[in-house]
Write a protein that binds this ligand. Structure first.
Ligand code: SF4
Length: 129
């Protein structure tokens, strides 16, 4: 069941209209504070929306590396120094820095902090860099 304010593809809630407009997507509805959708359904939609957001951020970061090349060495070093001191860092036996435990990227080769720190558009989920 979707939100009862969502009628014929249009939002009818006066409080939500200024936030998301007249025709919000299901992903937008899943994060709307005024939604009447059951919590379980919203949780699934929120998970889908979060994954889509992570995927878009990953594609953007890889594209920035491909188009702009890696960041300057001092920028990557500063990023890695912050990661090394961060409590969210997940150590790895395969390199000295490891992975971020806060971004949701998992422990894939392209998610290594030594790789992510070189990507111009990569960002820290805690806004440390
Ligand atoms: S990216 Fe940010 S949150 Fe993740 S380990 Fe580095 S400093 Fe910590």
């Amino acid at each position: 069941m979707s939100c009862t304010h969502h009628v014929a593809g249009r939002c009818t809630n006066d409080l939500a209209l200024p936030l998301f407009g007249e025709t919000p997507s299901p992903g937008v509805c899943s994060v709307c504070p005024h939604s009447t959708a059951p919590a379980e359904g919203r949780t699934i939609l929120q998970a889908i929306a979060a994954k889509a957001k992570r995927t878009a951020a990953y594609v953007n970061a890889e594209a920035s590396l491909a188009l702009e090349g890696p960041v300057a060495p001092d920028v990557a070093e500063r990023r890695l120094a912050l990661c090394t001191a961060c409590p969210s860092r997940l150590p790895s036996a395969e390199d000295e820095v490891g992975f971020c435990g806060a971004c949701g990227c998992g422990e894939r080769s392209r998610a290594r902090l030594t790789v992510k720190a070189t990507m111009p558009a990569a960002t820290c989920p805690k806004n440390l860099w």
